[in-house]
Design a protein around this ligand. Structure first.
Ligand SMILES: C[S@@+](CC[C@H](N)C(=O)[O-])C[C@H]1O[C@@H](n2cnc3c(N)ncnc32)[C@H](O)[C@@H]1O
Length: 392
């Protein structure tokens, strides 16, 4: 028996370690099959199982024990290229509960939030666990990833995806079920977390809890899907006072078609995934330096010259009046209407800033998320539980 076969994780160098993702294919691994037309199929290897399509079938046993990058032929003579999925392939094909962070954004998060080996990182929500896997890869087995998720069913899906990818429970990963604001202080002492990554609907609600957990100089990065959330979290960070001036960006990745002389951008691309916004924790008791460049006139509404971000967040008497939503990033009436769009549209008279929108208006549906049915989520959770049992 090899060391790997004795360990908790197939393909692991030592017991308790994550699978190395090297060597021959083993039972329990997910592998990616590419057919001659470039269609992808992902299967989990099981002894004596068969993979059927409308054109013949192939035996899992023909793949188990073969090296990565093999070609196997099915009963109808169709050749399949068999590869161990890269993390970026894996997250795009794994079962989902919630929408995942795409690899292009996970890469940005790891780099721009400066996720380093051995770091203590807090993440919420965990959703399907896609981002968690990139964070775990970056911190390594000596780091700590403390992930928080409100929904137990999503937490189970994330754990199942992680187990299937790493070949067992990653030693650096803890998933806590509960709201971040309520559970974070019970899990980590103040000032002990190096980095925080928030991918959720309303990250601004977590700023106090996050600021308490972060070390001075620690990084907070938030991933949000809409400009209205981006604006709301930016103003929240400024109003909080314990963070540096936030920076926001998005990344667009365009694939290229490469065929002889026809070398050009691909026609299709993911035009929009999300926005990133990052900031750093100031030392306790330190006030953010006063901004020398005042906001552009009108940025906070008609009384912009004098209206402070705090006034906007409080929605007090100084709160901005409607603007025409010009090109300076201010939100116009149409933006507000679209946030609250759909059959249940509620237009808030006189409200144009994201900070004026009531807390209960920020729903997944209002932000255009495609929400999966409870039935689908139950099915995904069940199938991952079965795979996890096979790995135990
Ligand atoms: C878009 S998903 C996260 C996807 C995840 N980053 C991934 O790559 O798979 C957002 C998740 O945040 C969770 N969530 C929202 N607010 C939360 C909070 N305050 N505390 C914990 N989880 C929260 C939701 O239940 C949802 O599962």
């Amino acid at each position: 028996m090899t060391d790997a076969a004795q360990s908790d994780h197939p393909g692991a160098d030592h017991p308790g370690a994550v699978r190395t993702r090297r060597g021959v294919f083993e039972v329990g691994e997910r592998v990616q099959l590419t057919d001659p037309k470039g269609r992808l199929h992902t299967i989990t290897l099981e002894a004596a199982r068969e993979f059927h399509t409308h054109r013949g079938f192939l035996k899992h046993d023909d793949i188990i024990g073969a090296p990565d990058g093999s070609v196997v032929t099915n009963t109808a003579g169709v050749e399949y290229l068999v590869l161990r999925p890269l993390l970026s392939d894996y997250v795009m094909s794994m079962p989902r509960g919630a929408a995942v962070v795409y690899p292009k954004d996970s890469g940005q998060i790891v780099q721009m939030a400066d996720i380093f080996p051995g770091a203590t990182v807090v993440e919420a929500g965990v959703g399907s666990g896609a981002l968690s896997m990139s964070l775990l890869r970056a911190i390594g087995e000596q780091g700590r990833l403390l992930s928080f998720e409100r929904r137990e069913d999503f937490a189970d899906i994330a754990r199942g995806n992680g187990r299937a990818f790493f070949g067992g429970d990653h030693p650096a990963w803890t998933v806590t079920v509960g709201d971040l604001v309520e559970t974070l202080p019970t899990v980590v002492p103040s000032g002990t977390v190096d980095r925080v990554v928030l991918d959720m609907l309303a990250p601004w609600e977590c700023l106090d809890a996050v600021s308490e957990a972060l070390i001075p100089g620690g990084v907070l990065i938030c991933y949000v899907a809409t400009t209205t959330q981006l604006s709301r979290v930016a103003e929240g960070i400024r109003a909080h006072g314990g963070f540096t001036e936030p920076t926001a960006w998005e990344s667009l990745v365009r694939g290229w078609h490469l065929e002889g002389l026809a070398v050009r951008p691909q026609h299709r691309m993911h035009g929009h995934t999300g926005f990133l916004i990052s900031t750093r924790r100031l030392a306790p008791g330190v006030d953010a330096p006063e901004r020398k460049r005042r906001p552009a006139k009108g940025a906070y509404g008609e009384s912009a010259g004098t209206a402070s971000a705090t006034a906007m967040v409080d929605g007090g008497p100084d709160a901005a009046a409607p603007t025409d939503g010009g090109g300076n990033g201010a939100l116009g009436a149409s933006d507000t209407a679209s946030v609250l769009g759909g059959g249940t549209a509620t237009v808030i008279p006189g409200s144009t800033a994201s900070t004026d929108i009531p807390a209960d208006a920020w729903t997944p549906e209002a932000l255009g998320e495609r929400v999966k049915s409870d039935k689908t989520i139950r099915r995904v959770r069940r199938s991952l539980a079965e795979t996890s049992d096979d790995l135990r």
